[in-house]
Design a protein around this ligand. Structure first.
Ligand code: DOR
Length: 427
């Protein structure tokens, strides 16, 4: 589609909310924003919010090596349908994304994707926690977020060295931590508490996460480097980050949609759909995560989209792998479940994660002349029912089947190209 106008919507970005059409140029940039714009084809946005595309700090796209569960193509199509224009692919692939050649492979796969695919890089070789990766060569290819996600970096000395090494790189990068002290979490398949005792399933204590959050706040102070905390799930973790920010430390945090919408009581079904790491927590933690999203202790909503095959998820609870899908439901869950204005939900899903991922030059808005047209158009009133078989993902491990949500992505534009129109993927 050459030049077109997204007509009749309400524009929402970090600069505010106003009624306005958005004209997009042939070159994929925003040509004009204002009322009554003419010229080219028209994309209807009446009754909708026109916003910067969403940015996911945390998606498992499974390539290379786990293509039976997801590919860059299928995962990024799910992302586009969910309103995302950029995702950061996690490194727990096979082989792990721990050197320039694997980063290059992921970026090459992403070139034809309907969403801008950015690669993270592992902090340690093979994510084994023993030896630092060549972060510089990965940063040179554009990697801005490093993590051993799937596992935390257990050795505090090695994490300190990683932060010091990262601080010397010529570009700003973020070290992100999957907070889990393995010695405490080992053998646990759900949150350790009342439900794990009742169900007879070994648990992982909340302290396994909290101890590493506390440790890395201290390491951030020691090194002066920013640490980003991935998928925070407990009240104490959120409190620790809130307090660290109050003291002026350079820390940021994300929470997943499942950690503010589901509790460990779901595990009573023994359904591995509800097995995830960090595990689903009790009501009080869910409330604390919501409070953190509301007051800014938590900066971003991430999906931790973690596809697994039917065979893998049909095993017994203690055998099944942890993880659940998230890209197609994140925005609607946030709009439906959080008692927050849409402006704040979009901040948590778009411009705040864009800044953490180092992507603000192209993603997260503002919706302004000259900026790349990476946009999503959302109908905040449309109600729909989650149907896992309708997903673009290769996997079906969606714990929200049958749930009715309010708020739906109608169109997504990637550098001016309509990759989703009227809720349908265009490629
Ligand atoms: O539940 C999870 N699944 N947590 C992780 O940290 C990894 C992820 C996966 O890769 O499946």
């Amino acid at each position: 589609m050459s030049g077109f106008v997204i007509r009749g919507g309400t524009v929402v970005d970090a600069t505010g909310t106003r009624r306005g059409d958005v004209a997009v140029d042939d070159d994929g940039t925003i040509a004009a924003v204002g009322e009554g714009l003419e010229g080219g084809d028209v994309v209807d946005a009446s009754g909708c919010v026109v916003a910067p595309g969403l940015v996911d700090l945390h998606a498992h796209l499974r390539e290379p090596g786990r293509e039976e569960a997801e590919t860059v193509e299928t995962g990024s199509r799910a992302a586009a349908l969910g309103g995302f224009t950029a995702v950061v692919a996690m490194p727990n692939t096979s082989p792990a994304i721990d050197c320039a050649s694997v980063v290059r492979e992921v970026l090459d796969l992403g070139r034809s994707a309907p969403c801008d695919v950015h690669s993270s890089g592992a902090i340690t070789v093979g994510r084994a926690g023993e030896q630092l990766t060549p972060m510089a060569e990965m940063a040179e290819l554009g990697v801005r977020l490093f993590t051993d996600d799937g596992d935390g970096v257990q050795d505090a000395g090695l994490m300190r060295r990683a932060l010091e090494y990262a601080s010397g790189l010529p570009v700003p990068v973020t070290l992100a931590q999957h907070c889990e002290v393995a010695a405490l979490a080992a053998g646990g398949h759900m949150h350790e508490g009342e439900w794990s005792s009742r169900l007879g399933i070994p648990g992982q204590p909340a302290e396994s996460e909290e101890l590493m959050v506390a440790r890395d706040i201290v390491l951030s102070r020691l090194t002066g480097m920013r640490v980003h905390f991935q998928h925070l799930s407990t009240g104490v973790s959120v409190d620790l980050v809130r307090e660290a920010k109050r003291r002026g430390l350079a820390v940021t945090a994300e929470a997943t949609t499942h950690h503010f919408t589901l509790t460990d009581a779901e595990v009573a079904s023994y359904d591995p759909l509800y097995k995830v790491n960090p595990p689903l927590r009790p009501d009080a933690d869910v409330a604390a995560v919501r409070a953190g999203l509301a007051d800014g202790a938590v900066d971003a909503i991430a999906t931790d989209h973690a596809p697994h095959t039917q065979e893998a998820k049909e095993q017994a609870f203690d055998e099944a792998p942890p993880g659940m899908l998230g890209l197609e439901t994140a925005l609607a869950l946030a709009l439906t479940e959080l008692d927050l204005p849409i402006e704040q939900v979009l901040a948590l899903l778009s411009w705040q994660p864009a800044a953490i991922a180092g992507l603000s030059d192209q993603h997260g808005g503002p919706v302004a002349v000259g900026r790349p047209a990476n946009l999503c158009v959302v109908d905040p009133t449309e109600t729909w029912t989650v149907e896992p078989t309708a997903s673009a993902s290769r996997s079906r491990n969606n714990p929200y089947a049958g749930r009715t949500l309010t708020g739906r992505v109608r169109h997504t534009f990637l550098f001016g190209e309509p990759v989703v129109l009227e809720g349908d993927a265009q490629r």
